[in-house]
Design a protein around this ligand. Structure first.
Ligand SMILES: Cc1cc2nc3c(=O)[nH]c(=O)nc-3n(C[C@H](O)[C@H](O)[C@H](O)COP(=O)(O)OP(=O)(O)OC[C@H]3O[C@@H](n4cnc5c(N)ncnc54)[C@H](O)[C@@H]3O)c2cc1C
Ligand SMILES: NC(=O)c1ccc[n+]([C@@H]2O[C@H](COP(=O)([O-])OP(=O)(O)OC[C@H]3O[C@@H](n4cnc5c(N)ncnc54)[C@H](O)[C@@H]3O)[C@@H](O)[C@H]2O)c1
Length: 453
């Protein structure tokens, strides 16, 4: 069956769904192709359920601080409440009808199935061949990377999908990987009394971020009873029907646990997308794009597949740019200089732009400052749970911030001001002469600016 349409969007995660819906609303004939659930990883197995868990875990942690601040509270964690809320409020029990209807209400058409490029501006889904007059948007996201550890593939390991859908928590869990997923899930599960061990191959948690961020994450996890092992890799994994046994390099004693969560990064599979039919490398790790998200003639790519940061906000930002380009509307090219990200541990660890190391590697002349929250009035008032810091990275030749980290109880929200400063290249001298509200956590930015060395 051959059909002519204006645009075909393959993959309806956050970026694809936005692009398909917006293009359809603008009057184009749009087909969205989705192999699983409309909405993608974020609402069903990613951001939304994980943040719902974290909200619950943080509530428990806060009540445990009552004794230090306000009296006495007895808390009995109940994972059932969290699992129910994820089923009822977040995922509709992993049913995407509402999202599918939303696309149709905007004028789009949904084709369920796995799409692949079969030539320029052409997508095939099963027997159906869709010819897209304007072009195709590729938004097929990413999947968990399973490291090639001997034995691992044959075991019933968990990925983020199993962790997000868990109706009951295991009593013990090993987490392979101390990145964003590893630390967020480890802390929540520990707060619901699961005994968790995180094994991270690099010498610190959150290894892409500032060293201070990794240290803070490790401190926070340890305070919740998590065992944190860094600089160690698994060399053999097995499962005996009940329990996992994991041998680590350089250690004779194995680790054992009821569950093993693999959180060792994600990858995009291009081999089955037919990208070679439009001149792209099917063995590539990402789809390279220009500033307008163009990947080839009549092809745009957005989201995790572009390799510019596996975040929902990146996918949606890119989708906005691709939509503008498809509709021939003016607007700036994609700019990743002020890419914000937040790891939702308690305390939240947020960052924008370059780390100190990245800035130095780019040959910038760098001044930095690190200020602990405890040195600010608000940090001191907050007491337990107020741990964190502000770190600033300045390109001293230009006198602007090129990176910043804000960690603390509101670290993610506080990042917004720093995000604007980095994005808009606000001169440090101007930042030093504005009024900072007393006694907010963000007030620590003022002395941090003064401490740049
Ligand atoms: C546990 C977890 C927590 C996260 N938390 C956050 C967070 O707090 N904040 C944040 O910004 N990001 C977070 N992320 C990352 C975020 O979920 C992803 O960056 C985002 O979902 C990527 O969007 P995307 O548009 O690239 O597509 P995806 O969400 O990856 O969706 C791609 C869609 O394409 C479909 N598809 C794939 N191949 C085909 C095909 N051939 N044909 C048809 N359909 C296809 C898939 O079924 C899927 O629905 C988290 C991720 C995880 C796993
Ligand atoms: N709050 C958020 O925005 C949020 C939350 C979760 C996930 N995400 C996104 O999803 C992506 C995937 O998350 P992730 O945590 O799986 O990946 P990640 O890339 O953030 O971290 C993976 C970690 O696993 C380690 N690792 C890899 N192989 C290993 C091995 N064999 N043994 C031990 N450690 C190993 C890596 O060194 C790395 O630190 C993130 O990069 C992020 O973009 C975002």
């Amino acid at each position: 069956m051959n059909e002519q349409v204006d645009v075909v969007v393959i993959g309806l995660g956050p970026g694809g769904e936005y692009a398909a819906g917006t293009l359809a609303e603008s009057g184009l004939e749009v087909v969205g192709v989705e192999a699983e659930l409309v909405g993608g990883e974020c609402p069903y197995w990613g951001c939304v359920p994980s943040k719902m868990m974290i909200r619950a875990g943080n509530t428990l942690a806060e009540t445990r601080r009552v004794s230090a601040l306000a009296g006495h509270a007895d808390v009995s964690p109940d994972w059932g409440r969290v699992a129910d809320r994820i089923r009822d409020e977040a995922t509709d029990d992993w049913n995407d009808q509402v999202a599918a209807d939303r696309l149709v209400a905007k004028g789009g058409r949904l084709v369920r199935g796995r799409g692949r490029l079969t030539g320029p501006r052409q997508v095939t889904v099963g027997e159906r061949v869709l010819q897209a007059r304007r072009g195709v948007v590729l938004a097929t996201g990413s999947r968990p990377r399973i490291p090639p550890v001997p034995g691992l593939a044959a075991t019933p390991y968990w990925t983020n999908r199993d962790a997000m859908a868990a109706k009951e928590l295991p009593t013990t869990m090993l987490v392979l990987g101390g990145g964003a997923i590893g630390v967020e899930v480890a802390q929540v599960f520990a707060r619901f009394t699961c005994r968790v061990t995180v094994v991270e191959g690099q010498d610190r948690l959150l290894s892409q971020e500032e060293p201070e961020s990794g240290e803070l994450a490790a401190q926070a996890l340890r305070a919740d009873g998590v065992t944190v092992l860094t600089g160690l890799r698994a060399r053999q994994v097995s499962h005996d029907g009940t329990e996992f046994t994991v041998f680590l390099e350089g250690r004779a004693e194995p680790l054992r646990a009821e569950r093993l969560l693999v959180a060792a990064g994600r990858y995009s599979e291009l081999a089955d997308l037919g990208v070679e039919t439009v001149g792209l490398d099917p063995a590539g790790r990402i789809v390279p794009t220009d500033g307008r998200m163009r990947a080839a003639e009549g092809l745009w790519a957005v989201g995790d597949i572009t390799g510019h940061g596996a975040f929902t906000h990146v996918s949606m930002y890119q989708a906005q740019i691709a939509v503008r380009d498809i509709l021939d509307r003016p607007g700036p090219d994609a700019d990743y200089g002020a890419l914000p990200r937040v790891t939702f541990t308690d305390p939240e660890i947020a960052a924008v732009g370059l780390t100190e190391r990245q800035a130095r590697e780019r040959g910038l002349r760098v001044r930095t400052a690190v200020l602990p929250n405890s040195s600010s009035t608000r940090g001191w008032i907050h007491g337990p749970g107020g741990e964190g810091f502000i770190k600033l990275v300045e390109d001293s030749d230009r006198g602007v911030l090129v990176g910043a980290t804000s960690a603390g109880p509101a670290g993610g929200e506080l990042l917004y001001g720093l995000n604007v400063a980095v994005h808009a290249e606000v001169p440090v001298e101007r930042l030093q002469n504005m009024i900072y509200t007393y006694p907010m956590f963000h007030r620590a930015i003022e002395p941090a600016l003064a401490a740049l060395r």
